[in-house]
Design a protein around this ligand. Structure first.
Ligand SMILES: Nc1nc2c(c(=O)[nH]1)N[C@H]1C(S)=C(S)[C@@H](COP(=O)(O)O)O[C@H]1N2
Ligand SMILES: [Mo]
Length: 239
């Protein structure tokens, strides 16, 4: 039995109205920090207090219910220690490289407030994350024009495939913090992928690699009956 609150979609407006007041003093949604300075780069896209996204789609996709915290969904854990972390950025790129955790933290950091949607029908609105944009890593790797897909690689062979444009969108991160703290054990430390606009199984925890690929390569869940694309607004749950 879970203790998560459930809300009918029609209640979202009321809940979000209340959140607007509670969070009125908070900063903008997407900020990129360089050294000490922090710049708000996309405050207009701040989802908080809104029932509709900037792209016109509803905040809550069809068939989803709101819960107040991420639900740990399991998986075969990797090494959670920052000291053991190595992220391989490779595949269809001119400049493959490996970054350790200190190097990841030394890159431009993005603070993001977004919604995440699990195929098991829970959604968490206004979740906060800190990490490095996959787009930044792609730029450093000089992804070839022939690349079409991003394959997120994780501990014990877990993978998730995402179309290149969707895997390098501004809100796609290699995230190392959630809710202002380092990722806790169940959520994929020290760093995970975050692909907010696709079902959450695409957000590989215990991330070990980002591979750019010319061809699609269905991943762990995609080869076990889940939809290859995973758009929550189209309810692309099953293949
Ligand atoms: N490495 C790895 N990443 C994974 C999984 C997994 O089993 N292994 N499960 C996925 C699924 S099915 C979901 S719903 C989300 C759950 O993330 P959470 O446990 O932080 O809620 O992680 C995704 N990332
Ligand atoms: Mo899942």
């Amino acid at each position: 039995m879970d203790s998560f609150k459930q809300y009918a979609p029609s209640e979202v407006a009321r809940i979000e109205e209340r959140r607007r007041f509670l969070k009125a003093a908070a900063a903008g949604s997407v900020m990129v920090a360089f050294g000490g300075a922090t710049f708000v780069v996309a405050a207009a896209d701040d989802p908080r207090g809104k029932t509709t996204r900037p792209d016109g789609r509803p905040r809550l996709p069809p068939g989803q219910r709101i819960i107040d915290a991420l639900k740990p969904m399991g998986g075969d854990p990797g090494d959670p220690s920052p000291a053991g972390f190595k992220l391989h950025v490779h595949g269809e790129v001119e400049n493959p490289f490996v970054v350790d955790f200190a190097q990841l933290l030394a890159m431009p950091q993005t603070d993001l407030t977004c919604d995440v949607h699990c195929v098991t029908t829970w959604s968490m609105l206004d979740s906060t994350w800190r990490g490095v944009q996959v787009a930044h890593l792609a730029k450093l790797a000089r992804v070839k024009s022939t690349a079409r897909y991003v394959i997120f690689e994780a501990a014990h062979g877990y993978t998730a495939n995402v179309r290149l444009a969707e895997g390098t969108a501004p809100n796609v991160l290699v995230a190392h913090q959630h809710g202002g703290k380092p990722l806790s054990r169940p959520h994929g430390p020290p760093a995970r992928a975050l692909v907010p606009d696709l079902y959450f199984w695409k957000s590989a925890k215990w991330l070990t690699g980002i591979r750019f690929s010319t061809r699609d390569q269905p991943g762990y869940w995609e080869t076990r009956g889940y939809h290859n694309h995973a758009d929550p607004w189209k309810e692309e749950r099953h293949g």
